[in-house]
Design a protein around this ligand. Sequence first.
Ligand code: PBG
Length: 325
Amino acid sequence: MTDSNPRALRLGTRRSKLAMAQSGMVADAVREVTGRPVELVEITTYGDTSREHLAQIGGTGVFVSALRDALLDGTIDFAVHSLKDLPTAQPAELALAAVPLREDPRDVLVARDGLTFEELPDGARVGTGSPRRMAQLNAWARSLGRQVETVPIRGNIDTRIGYVEKGELDAVVLAAAGLSRLGRIEEATEHLSSDMILPAPGQGALAVECAAHNAQLAAQLAELDDPFTRAAVTAERSLLAALEAGCSAPVGALADLQADGQAVTEMRLRGVVGTTDGSTLVQLSTTGHVPASLGDAATPVNMGRELAAEMLAKGAAGLMGERAL
Ligand SMILES: NCc1[nH]cc(CCC(=O)O)c1CC(=O)O
């Protein structure tokens, strides 16, 4: 920007430590690409104040809607969300201006005494309220001939790890990205392999959103976009949307890309749906070639849809009916 005294861009953020960390990182990057000052504007969302379990209050959209309202009424210029918290339908009035380079998408275990999942004793109490995590953790335990007791928990990362520190739980499962952004990744006792636990669609990625009519700002924010991350999360979210699953449904998905520096990139998309008790999982994968012109979302979108169709044919729909925990 050549503007000599530009107005500060207002970045709307939730007040949680994680949201502030994520917004702070994006604010720095936006200052760099626009040359404009960025100020943080705190917005309280229903998801931050409610004590109810996420599955009961309608899933992750609760973290997003207050920020989106502020974008639409012009209180803020742009917002940063955890991409996995975004509903799959993108409102036409809002532009997903950038999906920056993704952090580690995996889940991690934070367990007492440095334990890994396979080292947990039979009957161990593992904190997570996520049906996706419950389904896969229980399936994993079953494959070891063991049981774990999944315990629904809520609260921020400090609170969750606190259950282990206080000895109330043997372990909790969290997203690696959240711990990393808070500088606490060293506390993970195991990075859970995506062969055992597929993350939530979009996990580890951020979404930078602004009003669609603000084309100039959208173009500037687009400089933060990582096309490979965008292709991967587009495929994962397309799978989720085609499964017609709410964000609290037990769906895991992960797309890996192998960039060959040439015209095409090979992408593998894996998806899983299961019953929360882990007795049944439908897990499938597909591979495809994503054109180097990654601006074209057709291939990732189609891969997600096709994999969803195969999963539905294998009975995924019946498993997702089980929404309550
Ligand atoms: N469920 C809430 C949420 N939304 C985003 C993250 C972590 C950051 C990310 O996945 O990008 C978390 C915490 C967690 O699942 O441990």
